[in-house]
Design a protein around this ligand. Structure first.
Ligand code: HEC
Ligand code: HEC
Length: 433
């Protein structure tokens, strides 16, 4: 008999217009700059004479692509978040290399930067009154795989200074690079107070640089265009092949794929197009990836919410191993999957979902005595918290929730989530989730 799974993790969040998120992050008023000339009211800032949103986004785009801002001189944000690959890496490496010599490996897979504009700041207890009947949907939101960053301008500071990424020694070193950048004059003109030069003040230079990056990342046509075949079908401008339609049905079916529980696929009640993530943090037991250099130390474990990159929740064992569910939009463009890049094809990912607990020996390493270590990227005492809902839970009779042919169907559907099928719409669908 088939049991209907609880939709216990139907984590949803309320709509937040991107302009509001942007304004909150910048401490500026939401309505600004739409005519190209309206000044932004000045928030808590010491320098700068009212740059418009357009000026900031334009500078942000150039900063994003500028490899001269790194210590190696060869790495920009776009090196790891390539615009031609949905702002994800252009290669299949599990982690990217960076640092002064471009030989320092990272510890996590670089995510796509698209469809993040409505990500709420991290909360440990997300209550959704609209869809969740007031239930606590658990840890939700935030940027990075562990949600430890609240805004794109704070996020930018991590790679700009991380020794294994762009590796600037400090604000002074970065400001010196901005002074030599091709857009230095525009930067100075946009962000200097009358009679002052922002480039003389490293702290303010870094602050405005990060803000410009944030505003750029809010550009609708670039970062949330909604131009996939999936969107065209929602607009009644295209229809699925029979295989894609079967794939969507399996994706949604709570007894089969059950994917939509964590990667919602339905139009929101306010008309917002779905983002294919509820940004909930879940432990799905992704296998340890021996290709990550840090994992050569058997004592090292990337436990997501409970550290080591994030430090405030380390006390809570229940949260260990939980990572943020990413959006599945443009997922077919990726070369490596999951927070540690342990898998390299959608077929492997799908097979993992339905076969993990049926054939653990296929996914996990063995101990010296030959025993398979289920959930081998977690210390043994934490292995009990891994999610075991559908599709991990097999069908009665130990059958996987999806057959090989059905996996192909779901993959065909996932390919409809790649942007660029249709033109950027004149009117954006609401960008809530
Ligand atoms: C060397 C590769 C690399 C470079 C360069 C890089 N990033 Fe990232 N980026 C990553 C990785 C890896 C993560 C995930 C980090 C984590 O989970 O701790 C990430 C995460 C992010 C996120 C959060 C995405 C999410 O899904 O929550 C944003 C936003 C971001 N980067 C923006 C930038 C910006 C802006 C720059 C340039 C200033 C940049 N990155 C440069 C590798 C890189
Ligand atoms: C219980 C919640 C949950 C369910 C159900 C679920 N996912 Fe996920 N999904 C996640 C989380 C969490 C991650 C990130 C895990 C990690 O990296 O540790 C993820 C990651 C992925 C990724 C990798 C994306 C990337 O950018 O690396 C794909 C692809 C994916 N899921 C597809 C699916 C499909 C297809 C289904 C249904 C068969 C499904 N998921 C069901 C929570 C879920």
């Amino acid at each position: 008999m088939t049991t209907v799974p609880e939709r216990g993790r139907a984590r949803r969040w309320r709509r937040r217009a991107s302009t509001l998120a942007l304004a909150a992050a910048c401490g500026i008023a939401a309505r600004a700059g739409s005519d190209g000339g309206t000044p932004l009211p000045i928030g808590p800032r010491a320098y700068g004479d009212r740059p418009t949103v357009e000026t900031m986004a334009g500078l942000g785009a150039r900063i994003f692509m500028d490899a001269s801002l790194s210590a190696s001189g060869r790495q920009s944000c776009a090196s790891c978040h390539d615009p031609a690959h949905a702002f994800a890496p252009p290669n299949a490496l599990p982690v990217q290399l960076g640092g002064v010599d471009l030989r320092h490996p990272g510890v996590r897979n670089a995510p796509s930067l698209m469809y993040l504009q409505t990500t709420i700041p991290f909360t440990e207890h997300y209550i959704d009154d609209e869809d969740g009947h007031g239930d606590d949907a658990g840890p939700t939101g935030g940027l990075t795989w562990d949600g430890r960053v609240d805004s794109p301008h704070e996020q930018a500071l991590i790679p700009l200074f991380a020794p294994h990424e762009m590796a600037n020694r400090d604000a002074r070193a970065l400001a010196a690079r901005v002074r030599k950048a091709a857009y230095a004059d525009e930067f100075r003109a946009a962000f200097s107070a009358p009679g002052r030069n922002v480039l003389d003040d490293p702290e303010q230079t870094v602050r405005w640089l990060a803000m410009a990056l944030e505003i750029y990342q809010q550009t609708p046509a670039v970062f949330y265009p909604f131009t996939s075949k999936f969107d065209a079908v929602l607009r009644h401008q295209a229809s699925y092949t029979p295989q894609e339609a079967r794939g969507l049905a399996l994706f949604d079916d709570p007894n089969r794929g059950n994917c939509a529980t964590c990667h919602p696929s339905a139009i929101r009640s306010d008309g917002g197009f779905p983002l294919f993530t509820d940004a909930g943090h879940v432990d799905i037991g992704v296998p340890r990836n021996p290709a990550i250099a840090a994992n050569r130390d058997p004592r090292y474990h990337d436990l997501g919410l409970c550290g080591p990159l994030r430090t405030d929740l380390a006390h809570d064992d229940e949260l260990c191993g939980a990572f943020k569910a990413p959006s599945l939009r443009n997922v077919a463009l990726r070369g490596s999957y999951f927070h540690n890049g342990a898998m390299h094809s959608l077929k492997d990912v799908l097979e993992f979902y339905v076969d993990r607990d049926l054939h653990p020996e296929r996914w996990y390493a063995r101990r010296a005595d030959g025993a398979v270590q289920r959930y081998d990227d977690l210390p043994e005492r934490l292995r009990g918290h891994v999610n075991r809902e559908v599709p991990f839970e097999p069908l009665p009779g130990d059958q996987p929730r999806l057959t090989a042919a059905e996996i192909d169907d779901v993959i065909a559907f996932l390919h409809t989530l790649t942007d660029g099928y249709g033109p950027v719409p004149a009117v954006q669908p609401t960008t809530s989730r």
